[in-house]
Design a protein around this ligand. Structure first.
Ligand SMILES: Nc1nc2c(ncn2[C@@H]2O[C@H](COP(=O)(O)OP(=O)(O)O)[C@@H](O)[C@H]2O)c(=O)[nH]1
Ligand SMILES: [Mg+2]
Length: 451
């Protein structure tokens, strides 16, 4: 799933990682490569156009988090844009106010309708529903037999019909009645498919829709057919009106163009994906998970997510300004340490960070959590005025602070020395301002760098 697209995008990011800063030029070069990757993945050209425009605007605009390196910024923007294209929220199956909920499963022949009907019944019964399935493919007895076998294997109730019921609508109506009588809350209707869209099929589906008032009409499309799947979804939607898409055979589709285009082109959400021939191979579609899968950089992504959750953007910007203006006080220093700790054990955090640029030095860095606690305790024992101006801290005060924090004068001296050093370094450091850069430059005492 998404493998080839994922590979290509990762190559783009790798190139950006080599760049120190993000300029208009290297951004344009990256955009060109991302565009190529999407087109090669068979993504609809309109979607590609909008995608690239979205990334460009965000990259050049204000929405850049200072907490990230250039490569991380681009990855974040691309991820946000992917989620926007795939659908911001996962789309759940709707249910009728008055059960049973009628779900029509439609699509071309061979797309996976019958298999998906069985999978969906199983999926729904696992989440507490009591579905009944019925096949209304009156032209091919084998097709109805296929659903009967699936239902038997899955132990799902099936409405089999009577010899008199030769019309799709008759079968569907009886199935609904049976559901009402047996306390089934959903009826899944597996409809007939054709090799191509024709008027006869559309008329039949239209008749079912008008008489059954289905809550969902799910269009089943074969992901491996790429843009053809998108085209037929679009046509079904224009002629019948669909409410969502099930994209099957995602396990065999390395490109992902269908998944990335279908929502944008049809305006209808991708609700489920089929990921194999087995009956448990159906997943509710989650745009964010799919985006992460496409980007394929679990570690970088979870780092970005953690930072997004925990770092207050305004505060980070203020901190950066202070650093540049050399107003970074011991109080700020302590705040930064506390912010860092909110992200979890520092060692995990460092493990998640890409080892590049200034962070190269952090390779194999060991974090001394005790040391960190000690530093915070020392700063806590200072008066606010002292935190504001470390020059006020004389020998007597150093002894008091050591006593107050349960440390030694030596510890206090070390901290003050390191802080003064860090400030000096800060002075020579302008531009860029993300956390890691700061940490590397500051040579914080708890990074016992072994290299
Ligand atoms: N690998 C894979 N095969 C699938 C998937 N969904 C359906 N199929 C296969 O696609 C073929 C056609 O499926 P079927 O349900 O009969 O299609 P229908 O004509 O639309 O009812 C069958 O061989 C299924 O096993 C899927 O998600 N992954
Ligand atoms: Mg079928």
């Amino acid at each position: 799933m998404f493998d080839s697209l994922s590979e290509k995008l990762q190559r783009v990011f790798k190139n950006i990682r080599g760049e120190g800063t993000l300029t208009a030029e290297n951004m344009e070069a990256a955009l060109k490569e991302i565009r190529m990757a999407l087109l090669e993945a068979d993504v609809h050209f309109k979607v590609v156009k909008q995608f690239i425009e979205g990334v460009r605007q965000k990259a050049l605009g204000q929405e850049v988090l200072t907490s990230f390196s250039p490569a991380q910024q681009v990855i974040k923007i691309v991820r946000d844009e992917l989620i926007a294209v795939l659908g911001t929220h996962p789309s759940r199956l709707r249910t009728a106010n008055q059960p049973p909920t009628v779900v029509m499963i439609v699509g071309l022949q061979g797309s996976g309708k019958t298999t998906s009907t069985g999978k969906l019944a199983k999926f729904l019964s696992k989440s507490g529903h009591r579905p009944l399935v019925v096949s209304v493919d009156v032209y091919r007895p084998a097709a109805r037999q296929q659903l009967a076998v699936i239902a038997r294997d899955l132990q799902m109730p099936l409405y089999a019909g009577t010899p008199e019921e030769t019309k799709p609508l008759d079968l569907a109506r009886s199935a609904r009645r049976e559901a009402e009588q047996t306390g089934r809350d959903m009826v899944l209707i597996d409809t007939a498919g054709r090799l191509h869209i024709d008027d006869e099929l559309m008329a039949e589906l239209q008749e079912l829709k008008e008489n059954l008032n289905p809550t969902e009409i799910l269009f089943v499309a074969d992901a491996m057919t790429g843009q053809d799947a998108v085209k037929s979804a679009d046509e079904f939607h224009k002629r019948l009106g669909i409410t969502g898409v099930i994209l099957t055979k995602m396990d065999g589709d390395a490109r992902g163009g269908g998944a990335l285009s279908i929502r944008h082109v049809t305006g209808q959400p991708l609700k489920f994906i089929g990921t194999g021939e087995k009956f448990d191979a159906l997943e509710a579609f989650h745009p964010d998970r799919a985006a992460n899968r496409i980007l394929g950089m679990g570690d970088v992504i979870s780092f970005i997510e953690k930072v997004e959750q925990n770092i207050d953007q305004k505060k980070a910007e203020e901190m950066q300004r202070k650093l540049i203006d050399n107003e970074f006080t011991l109080e700020d220093f302590r705040d930064q340490l506390k912010q860092l700790r909110k992200l979890g054990p520092l060692e995990n955090l460092i493990g998640m960070m890409p080892k590049m640029g200034p962070l190269k030095e952090l390779k194999d860095a060991k974090v001394d959590e005790k040391e960190l606690t000690r530093i915070v305790a020392i700063i806590d024992s200072m008066t606010p005025r002292e935190r504001d101006n470390h020059m006020l801290i004389n020998g007597a005060r150093r002894r008091r602070i050591a006593k107050g924090s349960g440390t030694t004068v030596q510890d206090v001296n070390n901290l003050l020395k390191q802080y003064a050093q860090a400030r000096k370094m800060m002075k020579s450091f302008t531009g860029g301002g993300f956390l890691g850069k700061r940490m590397a430059k500051m040579k914080l005492p708890f990074f016992d760098n072994q290299n």
